[in-house]
Design a protein around this ligand. Structure first.
Ligand code: AMP
Length: 585
């Protein structure tokens, strides 16, 4: 496991760590079974800092020594800090030209030192869960992070004892988690990320598996917290603000799946209070907050010089995108339904883990799209499947074979492209067919090269070329790789079940083709040699040919094989005669 690399989403509000296990990205839980670690560190008077949930509890009690959202400060200098950032509950030391510091009692800490405590906890959690040391990591950062912010994040990782193998963009990680690296070679994706405190929109372009960020926009002070503040302000219950915060937060989450919830306060001195909140009421409050993401989306599109219709996918990241209102809003702005197939809280961490797996080599085996799920070939004489690319071949690849004509003066060859594991063409799936015309010639003279090429996206291109004239046709077929697992399983099961009959059918067909070919050749030779062939020989050959015809008619495989070879032997002299004749001419 020394190659193992973990993936880390070092978030503003929450952080996660994951690892590839048996080909799957798995997020790891702490000793309490919780995977989300609040990105909060509390520095007590004595002893080690508290990290995560216990630190989060200290925010209300000891705000001056509890640091949340250190990510907003990492890698910044005094002059970089927006004025409203200094509204943090802890003291930020800002001097022009100097890195920002956080004042905790007599000590001044760099933001990356705070982040390092979070990373240390994640590392310890991972080591406890895996029961082995972990040292190498991939860490995500927002796409807009500059060099200094990326360097500081890397330094945080190193301070926590990691070798930081790569810093990757959060939207890229999210796209990886959605499997979008497998989209067609050039695609464009929008990643709409609305979390607790920040909003980011990124437009990415995927080129042959490599993501490039075309544009980003966002607001580091826009998110679910704003909705929570409005809910708290509207909550009439006679309880403390921090209690209201907990209650409305839970109500907000439940209203993503329910339309009306009851908010109950805990019993205090024998009394409790309750009220109801409907989804409509929540949406009325939340709408202006969500609306503020619109200009950022439009700006990112404009910066990328794209319109919404140029995008192939919209994906959602961040807990707030669970809200139906947000999903509707995104669909409205981009004119299409967003892809919600992944857990929006975990997509970035899963993507970081997948990237880590790609770097360590753990992912190579599971990229199923890299192989052909079923064999590809063409139909040949007698309705047989002629495999050109066997199943499980690694793509991209090219393979080809030479074919000839079965009928004299044939003017065209039909290329029927098949997919499947069965011996007979008719039992396989047809992917398409086309004809290649060529100059008429005696049977077996024309030479047609057929080449199959599958590119990295699984697109199959079939080329057929008449080697005599050089005339050729190329046909592109839809993805030869995109077959559902069930269909592949069914095909393979069928081929196993019918393996015996299929094989005897193939042998029969091949034997039959040989018979037909020999009978035609004998007819032809009789005409060519005419009277030159002694009558007794001619009669002997006629008898052997008759035996072949009889075996063919009665569908007797063993007899046909024997008759074929008897006819073959009997015609040796005939063949010699023809050669002689040709030489004399
Ligand atoms: P993040 O920063 O991505 O962890 O997102 C956190 C934000 O998402 C907070 O404002 C949460 O209240 C909000 N959130 C999490 N789960 C839900 C949910 N089920 N419905 C609505 N908002 C949620």
């Amino acid at each position: 496991m020394e190659n193992e690399i973990v993936g880390i989403d070092l978030g503003t509000t929450n952080s996660l760590i994951g690892v590839m296990e048996a080909g799957f990205p798995i997020l790891l839980a702490d000793a309490n079974g919780v995977r989300l670690t609040p990105s909060v560190v509390h520095f007590p008077e004595t002893g080690d800092p508290l990290v995560g949930t216990p630190a989060n509890r200290m925010r209300a009690i000891e705000p001056r020594t509890t640091v949340a959202s250190a990510k907003r400060l990492i890698g910044l200098r005094g002059e970089d800090l927006a004025p409203n950032e200094s509204a943090a509950d802890y003291e930020i030391v800002r001097q022009a030209g100097q890195p920002l510091r956080i004042q905790i009692r007599q000590q001044q800490l760099k933001p990356e030192e705070v982040s390092a405590w979070i990373l240390r906890k994640l590392k310890a959690d991972a080591e406890r869960a895996l029961e082995r040391p972990v040292t190498r990591a991939v860490i995500t950062v927002p796409a807009y992070f500059n060099d200094a912010q990326r360097h500081a994040t890397k330094a945080a990782g190193e301070a926590a004892g990691f070798v930081v193998e790569r810093i990757i963009n959060e939207p890229t990680a999210a796209a990886l988690a959605y499997g979008l690296d497998k989209l067609k070679s050039k695609s464009r994706i929008a990643v709409y990320d609305l979390g607790g405190g920040t909003f980011d929109i990124s437009i990415l372009e995927l080129n042959d598996g490599v993501f490039q960020v075309l544009a980003t926009s966002g607001n580091t002070r826009l998110g679910g917290d704003d909705v929570d503040e409005l809910l708290i302000a509207n909550c009439q219950l006679p309880i403390a603000k921090w209690q209201k915060r907990e209650l409305v937060l839970e109500a907000k989450h439940r209203l993503s799946t329910e339309t009306c919830v009851r908010i109950d306060t805990p019993f205090l001195e024998g009394k409790n209070f309750a009220c109801e909140l409907t989804r409509d009421e929540l949406e009325l409050l939340a709408r202006p907050v969500v609306q503020r993401t619109r200009t950022h989306c439009l700006r990112a599109l404009a910066d990328a010089k794209l319109t919404a219709s140029d995008l192939d996918e919209i994906i959602l990241v961040g807990g707030m995108t669970r809200m139906p209102l947000v999903r509707q809003f995104v669909a409205e702005i981009f004119g299409r339904e967003p892809n919600i197939s992944q857990n929006p809280d975990e997509a970035v961490a899963l993507g970081a883990t997948i990237q880590a797996g790609i770097l360590s080599g753990a992912v190579r085996d599971v990229v199923l799209l890299d192989v052909t799920p079923l064999s590809l070939g063409i139909e040949t004489f007698g309705g047989l499947m002629n495999v050109i690319i066997p199943r499980n071949s690694t793509i991209p690849l090219k393979a080809g074979e030479m074919f000839t004509t079965a009928v004299p003066q044939q003017r065209a060859m039909k290329i029927k492209v098949l997919q499947g594991e069965r011996e007979l063409a008719a039992d396989n799936w047809s992917l398409g067919e086309f004809e290649l015309e060529f100059e008429p010639a005696p049977k077996g003279v024309a030479r047609v090269g057929v080449q199959f090429a599958i590119d990295a996206d699984g697109i199959l291109q079939v080329l057929a070329r008449d080697t005599k004239t050089g005339s050729e046709k190329i046909v592109s077929l839809t993805s030869a790789v995109d077959v559902s697992d069930e269909a592949v399983e069914a095909m393979i099961a069928d081929s196993l079940e019918h393996a015996f009959e299929d094989m005897s059918e193939r042998i029969w067909t091949e034997t039959r083709l040989k018979s037909e070919e020999m009978l035609a050749a004998v007819e032809n030779a009789f005409q060519l040699t005419g009277e030159m062939l002694p009558a007794h020989q001619r009669q002997m050959i006629e008898e052997k040919a008759q035996a072949v015809r009889a075996a063919l008619e009665n569908h007797e495989e063993a007899k046909l094989k024997a008759a074929n070879s008897a006819l073959d032997d009997a015609t040796q002299e005939l063949a010699a005669l023809i050669v002689e004749q040709a030489l004399q001419k």
